[in-house]
Write a protein that binds this ligand. Sequence first.
Ligand SMILES: NC(=O)c1ccc[n+]([C@@H]2O[C@H](COP(=O)([O-])OP(=O)(O)OC[C@H]3O[C@@H](n4cnc5c(N)ncnc54)[C@H](OP(=O)(O)O)[C@@H]3O)[C@@H](O)[C@H]2O)c1
Length: 225
Amino acid sequence: MTRILITGAGRGIGFELAKQSIEKGWDVVGSVRSVDAQRKLAQELPQMAVLNFDVTDYPALEKIANAFHSPIDILVNCAGIITPDRQSTLDMDFEGFAKTLEVNVLAPLKVAQVFLPLIRESQNGRIINISSQMGRMEFSASDRIAYRASKAALNKVTQGLATDLQGKGVSVIAMHPGWVSTDMGGAQAPVTPQESAAGILKVAEGLGIEETGKFIDWDGTPRSW
Ligand SMILES: NC(=O)c1ccc[n+]([C@@H]2O[C@H](COP(=O)([O-])OP(=O)(O)OC[C@H]3O[C@@H](n4cnc5c(N)ncnc54)[C@H](OP(=O)(O)O)[C@@H]3O)[C@@H](O)[C@H]2O)c1
């Protein structure tokens, strides 16, 4: 049975990924970052295992990964933030910028590292980093530059990890989930969390080592970096 680990599973795209993975009959493990959220998600989706860690809390991550003994087929690094409020190149909240880099870039790499031994135990280990088209280098828009820079950096980290794991049989890709109607995307976004999650899981199911190192849209279309 496919085992999937999803960070940020309490709401938004992560929640929908968890829900639809359960519907596929997969063994689903999701993370949230408070006891209350853990209790709530366990009530909403009782078929899944809910872990409690902040993705930036490295000691907690290491402790949880060390206590986890089952192979992981798919890791989806979904947790992310789009703060701070003030994030223009001409007027930047630098602490907020650093936090965005910590959550959106460093943490996905750390999560991948701590769970890598278990991902390598899978016959087809896959790591999917949820990025954004807002980080594409060809896209010169400058609003929300902290977020854009974080996703551009996540893309580079994804590509590097894919290169380093290619010979070890673990596939690594970045995905743009679409502009999705979540708390982050807002109500006017054209893609529903259900559509986005279904597309991401379809790509995840078909992902093999020949696809590693790519940036792929939620509908399966390859993107340029
Ligand atoms: N929505 C879009 O249009 C869109 C477009 C492109 C890319 N994305 C990307 O898609 C991913 C999911 O976005 P979304 O729209 O579902 O966002 P969302 O509704 O705002 O949900 C964000 C999730 O990340 C979790 N999270 C944030 N910081 C965390 C931390 N330090 N530790 C653990 N969990 C943390 C949140 O947990 P809490 O509930 O505890 O806050 C929540 O579960 C993000 O990486 C985002 O950048 C979204």
